[in-house]
Design a protein around this ligand. Structure first.
Ligand code: HEC
Ligand code: HEC
Length: 509
C-alpha cells in the first residue's frame, strides 16, 4: 500500500490552500506549476492522478514542501513534544507544549507542526486502518497552530493531531522554510530564464543559446561527480556562485551562503518534482495515453464495440490507479531520492589523479613535449574519435556536426548535428577558445575541469565518458595538456615538434 509520499504530505495541503488564499490578497498571483508535454498526452483521469500525487508530495509554487525522507534540506525547527495537554475523544492531540533543540521560535497561528513518525509505523497503521475502513491513527501528522500562549508556551492546534504522537515524539515546527526562501529567491533571480516549473521556458529563454536548462530531467551537465552520477549539493552551490562560463547562466556574487544554499535545495526540489512527474508519465503512457484510447476507439466499428472499449479501458484504468499507481509513485520517488543522495557521498566524487605523467601537478604547468605528442595522437586516434566531433584543429567542426543523427528510438532528428537529452542541438566545444563551461567553481583548477569532462563526459550530452573503460588517467592528462595547447597556451612549443614519434606509444584501449 501507498506511497510514503502522500502519507507525509496529505494533510498539509488543506493548510496550504488556506495559506495561499490568505497570502493571495492584493499581491500579484504566484504562477502555478505547469504540466509537462508528456503528461498532456495522457487521458484526463491519469493526468489528474499525477497532478494530485505531485501536489501531495511537493505542495504548490507559493508553498513548496517535500517529504522528510527526501534528500532535500527543506528547513524547519526541530523539537520534541514536551507534554500533551489535551486529547479529544479519538485520542488525538488538541493541545501540547514543545521543547526545542535550539532557541524557541516565534510560533504564530497558521504555522505548521509536523510530527516525525517512523515510516514503518505509519505504513502499518495505514494498512490496518484501510482494512477496517477507517482513518489511520497516524493521521494527520501535520497540523497548523490555532493559538499560541507566550506565557504558558501551550499550543492549541487548529485541528487534532494524530493519535500516535506522544510525549517525547520528535516534531518539526515551520517545516519547509528553506524551500520557501528558495522559492522567493528563485522567483527573483531564476524564473525569467528557467520558468516557475523549471522547464527552462522563462520569458527570456527564447533569446538564449544554449537555452536555459530544463531542470525537470534532473540532469546537470557540469559536476565533479563520476559518470552517471547526479550533481552533488556542493556542485549546485558552486554553479550558483560561479555561473557557467561561456553561457547566459549568470553568477550570483551578491547572494550570501544562506541564500545560495536555499537556491541549491530549491533547484533539487524542482528537479525531483520533474523527474517524478516524468517517471509517472512514462509508466502510465504504455496503456493510458489518449492516443492509445483514440486508436482503440477508431478500430472499434459499431457503437456497441466502442462502448465496450470505453468500459474496458475505464476498468483497467481504475485498477491501475488503485493498485499500481501508488506503488509506482513510491518506487520512482525511492529511485530519484537514492540517486540524489548518492551524489553527496564522498566516493561519488571524481578526484583527478595527481601527479600527471610529466610529473607536474594539476595546474597548467608547462607539460613535456612527449605528453603533448601523446595527447595529439590520442586526440586524432580512431578509438577516441575526439576529432570526429571537435574537428582536426579543435574548432568544434568535426564530421559528426554536419551529419543527421539518430534519436535513441532509432528515428532521425529533423536537423543535422549532435543532440542532447533535452532534444536540443549541442555543439562540440570549440577547444581553441580555452573557455570551459564546466569551470563553474572559480576556485577549482581549470585542468581538473577538463580532466573531469574527458573522464566522466558532459552529462546529458554526446560528449562521452572516457575514464575507466577507454583511457587511463595518464592518457587523459596527455589529452588535457594537448587541449591547452590547442587553446594557444604553449606558444613556444612549435606545432611540428609534436609530430615526433612519442616514446611510450599512446593507444586508447
Ligand atoms: C539569463 C538567464 C539565466 C538565469 C537568470 C539563470 N539561468 Fe540557469 N542557466 C541558464 C542557461 C542558458 C543554462 C544552460 C547552459 C548550458 O546548457 O550549458 C543554465 C543552466 C542552469 C543549470 C544546469 C547546470 C548544469 O551544469 O547543467 C542549473 C541547475 C541552473 N541553471 C540553475 C539556475 C538557478 C538556480 C538560477 C537562479 C539563481 C539560474 N539558473 C538563473 C540561464 C539562466
Ligand atoms: C560524439 C561527439 C564527441 C566526441 C567523440 C568528443 N566530444 Fe568532447 N564534447 C562534445 C560536445 C557536444 C561537447 C559540449 C558539451 C556541452 O557542454 O554542452 C563537448 C565538450 C568537450 C569539452 C569541454 C568541457 C567543458 O567543460 O567545457 C572538452 C574539454 C572535450 N569535449 C574534450 C573532448 C576530448 C578530449 C575528446 C576525445 C577524447 C572528446 N571531447 C570527444 C562532443 C564530443
Amino acid at each position: 500500500m501507498p506511497a510514503f509520499l502522500s502519507i507525509f504530505s496529505r494533510y498539509l495541503s488543506v493548510s496550504v490552500v488556506l495559506l495561499s488564499l490568505l497570502s493571495g490578497c492584493g499581491k500579484p498571483q504566484d504562477p502555478q506549476f505547469i504540466e509537462s508535454e508528456k503528461a498532456k498526452g495522457l487521458v484526463p483521469e491519469i493526468r489528474q492522478a499525477i497532478s494530485t500525487e505531485l501536489a501531495e508530495t511537493f505542495g504548490t509554487v507559493p508553498a513548496p514542501e517535500a517529504p522528510l525522507w527526501f534528500p532535500i534540506e527543506r528547513g524547519g525547527i526541530e523539537g520534541k513534544i514536551r507534554s500533551v495537554k489535551e486529547r479529544n475523544e479519538q485520542g488525538r492531540i488538541t493541545r501540547l507544549k514543545i521543547k526545542y533543540e535550539q532557541d524557541a521560535p516565534e510560533v504564530v497561528a497558521g504555522d505548521v507542526i509536523e510530527i516525525v513518525l517512523d515510516p514503518e509505523t505509519i505504513l502499518e497503521a495505514e494498512l490496518k486502518a484501510a482494512e477496517e475502513g477507517r482513518v489511520s491513527e497516524a493521521y494527520p501528522y501535520k497540523v497548523t497552530v490555532g493559538e499560541f500562549s507566550k506565557i504558558s508556551g501551550i499550543i492549541t492546534l487548529s485541528e487534532p493531531l494524530c493519535d500516535l504522537a506522544e510525549k517525547g515524539s520528535p516534531c518539526i515546527v515551520k517545516p519547509n522554510e528553506t524551500l520557501r526562501t528558495g522559492r522567493e529567491l528563485y522567483k527573483q533571480y531564476c524564473q525569467k530564464c528557467h520558468a516557475a516549473t523549471g522547464d527552462g521556458n522563462g520569458p527570456q529563454a527564447h533569446m538564449l543559446k544554449p537555452k536555459p536548462r530544463d531542470l525537470r530531467l534532473g540532469v546537470v551537465k557540469y559536476t565533479t561527480t563520476k559518470t552517471n552520477i547526479k550533481a552533488s549539493t556542493e556542485d549546485l552551490r558552486n554553479l550558483l556562485k560561479g555561473g557557467i562560463p561561456g553561457t547566459a547562466m549568470p553568477t550570483f556574487p551578491i547572494l550570501g551562503n544562506h541564500e545560495i544554499d536555499a537556491l541549491a535545495q530549491y533547484t533539487k526540489y524542482l528537479s525531483m518534482r520533474g523527474e517524478i512527474e516524468r517517471g509517472l508519465c512514462i509508466e502510465s503512457e504504455i496503456d493510458f495515453s489518449q492516443a492509445n484510447l483514440d486508436e482503440q476507439l477508431e478500430e472499434a466499428e459499431t457503437a456497441e464495440e466502442k462502448q465496450k472499449v470505453t468500459e474496458q479501458f475505464q476498468e483497467e484504468m481504475q485498477e491501475f490507479l488503485k493498485i499500481d499507481f501508488p506503488e509506482i509513485a513510491f518506487d520512482i520517488a525511492l529511485d530519484v531520492t537514492e540517486k540524489w543522495s548518492q551524489a553527496d557521498e564522498p566516493e561519488s566524487k571524481l578526484e583527478p589523479s595527481v601527479p600527471r605523467p610529466d610529473g607536474t601537478g594539476p595546474s597548467k604547468a608547462e607539460p613535456s613535449i612527449s605528453s603533448l605528442a601523446n595527447g595529439k595522437i590520442l586526440y586524432l586516434s580512431t578509438s577516441a574519435q575526439c576529432a570526429s566531433c571537435h574537428g582536426l584543429t579543435g574548432k568544434g567542426d568535426g564530421d559528426q556536426v554536419s551529419k543527421v543523427q539518430k534519436k535513441p528510438d532509432g528515428s532521425e532528428y529533423d536537423e543535422p548535428g549532435l543532440h542532447d537529452v533535452w532534444g536540443n542541438v549541442v555543439e562540440p566545444r570549440d577547444l581553441t577558445y580555452g573557455v570551459f563551461h564546466g569551470a563553474t567553481d572559480p576556485s577549482d583548477d581549470i585542468a581538473n575541469v577538463v580532466f573531469r569532462a574527458i573522464a566522466a563526459g558532459v552529462k546529458g550530452t554526446p560528449m562521452p565518458a572516457y575514464g575507466g573503460k577507454g583511457l587511463t588517467d595518464d592518457q587523459i592528462w596527455d589529452l588535457v595538456n594537448y587541449i591547452f595547447f590547442l587553446a594557444g597556451d604553449y606558444k613556444d612549443v612549435a606545432p611540428e615538434s609534436l609530430d615526433v614519434k612519442p616514446k611510450a606509444k599512446a593507444k586508447a584501449k
